[in-house]
Design a protein around this ligand. Sequence first.
Ligand SMILES: [Ca+2]
Ligand SMILES: [Ca+2]
Length: 227
Amino acid sequence: MRYLIYLILFSAIFVAFFFPLSLISFCGMAQMESDAQPDAAFMFAVTLENVNDSQPLSPGVFVVHNDNLSLDFMGELAHGALEPLAEYGSHADFAEYVQGLDGVVEVYAIDAPVLPGENTSFIIEVNSSKPLYLSGVQMAVGCNDGYALLDGVEIVDMNLTARSSVTEALNYDAGTEENQPLGSGFSGGQPDPSRGEENIENGIPTKEPVSPHPQLTEPILTVSIVA
Ligand SMILES: [Ca+2]
Ligand SMILES: [Ca+2]
């Protein structure tokens, strides 16, 4: 009889105390799960258009990223991986560098130049539960170390809405080579794809911070993003 009373008491305590606790913790888990937004799928068509009448755009690197990553190096000394892209349009080192950055989601290599008046396209397919941005770099081939920068255009906003946009890239000087007149060719230290490896050491090195390009004052690259 005493044993039965203990059993009833124990059961009552369990039901009165532990059962609500376990209910609370279950609700807590459900709450946590609804706070973390599930990944949504996004697709964008990106078109890179050369709107300049004399500057070819080199192969380049575009990256979908979160707000930890920026390719805006304004006022900083250029990373070593930017130099081969900005000086002779060789994008492999920069693609590898960007792939290793904090905040990277997806890297897209543009493997062919885009000539004046022409365009090229690629498709972005990503999943995310956070805002996303697109950045990219292509060299202006008829100069020493100038490049067009697409700087962190928002493609997914904080409400997880996909955004379409058209953006004119800004032109920067990597600060790694002395500028000669635009279009002065291989003798002016500017790239000539037919000279291959000779392009690497062609020109007068400098060590200046990245700055707006003093010669490339006309737009070269326009980027259209269609959600
Ligand atoms: Ca320069
Ligand atoms: Ca050069």
